[in-house]
Design a protein around this ligand. Structure first.
Ligand code: CUA
Length: 398
């Protein structure tokens, strides 16, 4: 490197540092979708309040220690003609001070931490109960009191206690809705509980994410909480309890029709996973074989009606439950009873649009590598007509 270019590189150092720092600090937005700092519930406010207290306490320690350091370095700097300064060996007062001061600070931190823990583990008052089951890589939400199951989008009323019971179907996941509550793990064979009381003025979608590395597509194991007023929540509950509609032109087969409750609620006993990834893969493979072997039935009617028939003919029924659809009770993939009414698909990863649904059905692995559905459906498994028909049917499931 020539002297000139070295010089010009040096003159760029400061702007580069400033640009780098701006980029890094831009990630600390107070109102980013997953920021604990824009609290929307009692629990996240309590955690944030503890964080703020500890942050300012740490700032005081930082300023005092660094200030003293800089002052001493300057005040006792070496001066011309000065000999070796007085040498000290041991000073009881100073040693006592720097032992007692940190001990007092740690005790203060402990007191405030225990206080916050006590506040967070209070008894729930007349809560809405939601069982959360983590799967590789999506979220199952069961409402045991209302007997239905949904996936990846959990509706909760504002201004009311919601008690989440956390379980896992396979490996350790972690429930992370930072604007509502701190992170808690979902551990196989165990039940953890988390209480959330969303502020009475909180409304809308709140982003969440699995927070424990749980395999290949952990990063895409996202979810949303939908916080709404009690009346809207009640309407949503009633609607979820209904079974899915049947497209015009379809005559219900004589086989057993499932109800919303049957397609959804049975909880896996603790320690007994509802479906291990291996089982899921095996079933998915069986389903794929069945789908390929199925005779090309002449499908008639509207795209929704064709999609309805393809849901069974192409083997989707082997993994997904739909309340109201004959024999659709599988729990390997998300329950799709009202999938058309969700804001997102693919575990909160994509907006629920026709184009995204088609992209997903065309080649699931290209969207979300390693997922169970990608074992059964490769690019080309479904032709464009199948994809359009299935999309139309799934969208009709409001
Ligand atoms: Cu589930 Cu990471």
């Amino acid at each position: 490197m020539s002297i000139l270019s070295r010089r010009s590189f040096r003159s760029l150092t400061f702007p580069i540092l400033v640009a780098g720092a701006s980029l890094v600090l831009a990630g600390c937005g107070f109102d980013s979708p997953r920021s604990t700092m824009s609290s929307a519930a009692t629990e996240s406010a309590q955690s944030y309040s503890l964080f703020q207290g500890l942050f300012w306490l740490a700032m005081v320690v930082f300023v005092v220690v660094e200030g003293a350091l800089l002052f001493i370095v300057y005040r006792f700097r070496r001066r011309p003609g000065q000999g070796i300064p007085v040498q000290l060996h041991g000073n009881q007062t100073i040693e006592l001070a720097w032992t007692i001061a940190p001990a007092v600070i740690v005790a203060i931190i402990a007191i405030f931490t225990f206080r916050t823990q006590a506040l967070l583990s209070r008894e729930a008052r007349d809560p809405i109960k939601v069982t959360v089951i983590g799967h590789q890589w999506w979220w199952e939400f069961q409402y045991p009191d209302y007997k239905f199951t949904t996936a990846n989008e959990v509706h909760i009323p504002a201004g009311r206690d919601v008690l989440f019971s956390l379980r896992s179907a396979d490996v350790i996941h972690s429930f992370h809705l930072p604007r509502l509550v701190d992170t808690t793990d979902l551990i196989p064979g165990r039940e953890n509980r988390v209480l959330v009381h969303a502020n009475s003025d909180t409304r809308g979608l709140i982003a969440g994410q699995c927070q424990e590395f749980c395999g290949g597509t952990h990063a895409m194991m996202t979810m949303h909480a939908v916080v709404e007023d009690q009346a809207t929540f009640d309407t949503w509950i009633q609607q979820q309890q209904t079974v899915a509609g049947v497209p015009a032109g379809i005559t219900q087969a004589a086989s057993k029709t499932t109800t919303a409750a049957e397609s959804s609620t049975s909880q896996p006993p603790l320690g007994v996973p509802s479906a291990s990834p291996k089982q899921g893969a095996t079933t998915a493979a069986t389903v794929a074989a069945t789908a390929n072997a199925a005779p090309a039935a002449a499908l008639a009617g509207s795209p929704e009606a064709k999609g309805y028939q393809l849901f069974s003919a192409k083997g989707c029924i082997g993994c997904h439950a739909i309340g109201g659809y004959p024999n659709a009770v599988a729990k390997i993939g998300p329950n799709l009873t009202h999938v058309g009414g969700r804001s997102h698909i693919v575990s909160g990863w994509l907006d629920n649009t026709s184009a995204n649904m088609q992209t997903w059905l065309r080649d699931p692995n290209a969207v979300k590598p390693e997922n169970v559905m990608g074992k059964a459906i490769k690019r080309g498994t479904l032709n464009e007509d199948d994809i359009n028909a299935l999309t139309a049917y799934l969208e009709s499931l409001k």
